[in-house]
Design a protein around this ligand. Structure first.
Ligand code: SF4
Length: 323
């Protein structure tokens, strides 16, 4: 382990010496800096999970290799995508398939998903979905049913829902916020000024803020969480203002990570933000009073260290309530 530590340190000192270009000039494509050249660990549990997902016809989140496994943080977590693999929107940073009329929902999905998750023995599960603007309730009932099946069969499993904005339909938000979940997550994705450029035109900053605010209002004990990608051309002032607005909306948890271009047809990376800068934002977030801020080049909106922290926090809160 000592050897590993020394190796990591020497690699990190190389990061500081990196003199490559970090900001994109016109017509240019940036090279990957050393802190992003990591291998994603894929454990044996990953294959086990992948097979079950295939058997059950469930859609897996593209980040599942990173999330699953417990390991270092001894919290077994997974991210499951509900409502299929086809989205009614087309955000310019996201590689999910798009269609105006995706296939209908699988009515058995809430029950089957819950059953599988309980069988895997997970501690923490993130349920997420594509946007389904084609459905009257945006799929909120489907989400809520999954949560209640889950909590019925595995009351100890902590559930986070990472939801769409439901076009600002707060009754849909309410259905999910009151479903028995522990964490309500909805991503604002980027600073206010870049929303139009980065997200589908049907999404916007105020609409997303109203989702987060409403979840907290109808269920104050729920933790709310959001995520921002950096490297899309935002300025420090814009980030600072975004954090201020999120705190004003009573958002509890915040994650900041590097935007990575998924394919050549998607938005280019404007900047590779240094690990030091990410550490700066983590400090700022903590000082501003977020319960939890995770900020780093490889931080994703859902990842193990964060879920480990949230699990401990939620368990602590629950035991305090009992006493
Ligand atoms: S709404 Fe979500 S799933 Fe759909 S394109 Fe945008 S980021 Fe991707």
């Amino acid at each position: 382990d000592r050897k590993k530590e020394v190796l990591e340190l020497s690699e990190k000192s190389k990061w500081v010496e990196y003199r490559g270009n970090l900001k994109r000039q016109k017509g240019e494509r940036l090279r990957l800096p050393p802190w992003l050249k990591t291998e994603i660990p894929i454990g044996k549990n990953y294959n086990k999970l992948k097979n079950t997902l295939r058997d059950l016809n469930l859609t897996q989140c593209p980040n599942i290799g990173e999330c699953w496994g417990g390991g270092e943080y001894s919290t077994a977590t997974a991210t499951i995508m509900l409502m299929g693999d086809t989205c009614t929107r087309g955000c310019r940073f996201c590689s999910v398939k798009t269609a105006r009329q995706p296939p209908p929902l699988d009515k058995n999905e809430p029950y089957n998903t819950a059953k599988a998750i309980v069988a895997w023995g997970l501690d923490y599960v993130v349920l997420t979905s594509v946007d389904r603007d084609d459905l009257a309730d945006g799929g909120s009932e489907h989400f809520a049913q999954t949560v209640s099946h889950l909590k019925e069969r595995g009351p100890k499993i902590l559930v986070e829902c990472l939801t769409p904005d439901f076009r600002g339909d707060l009754s849909a938000v309410e259905i999910i916020a009151l479903s028995g979940l522990d964490v309500y997550a909805h991503n604002v994705e980027t600073v206010r000024e870049l929303q139009r450029f980065v997200r589908d035109p049907r999404a916007n900053f105020d609409q997303s803020l109203s989702v987060l605010r409403h979840a907290k209002k109808v269920k104050p004990s729920v933790l709310t969480k959001t995520s921002i990608m950096l490297g899309l051309g935002e300025t420090d002032d814009q980030i600072q203002n975004t954090l201020t607005e999120l705190r004003e909306a009573d958002v509890d948890c915040l994650t900041l990570g590097q935007y990575m271009q998924p394919t050549k047809r998607h938005l280019k990376v404007e900047e590779y933000v240094t690990p030091e800068k990410f550490a700066h934002w983590e400090k700022v977030g903590n000082e501003m009073g977020f319960v939890y801020t995770a900020s780093g080049p490889l931080v994703r909106s859902s990842y193990k260290a964060g879920e480990f922290f949230l699990k401990n926090l939620l368990d602590k809160r629950k035991s305090e309530v009992k006493e």
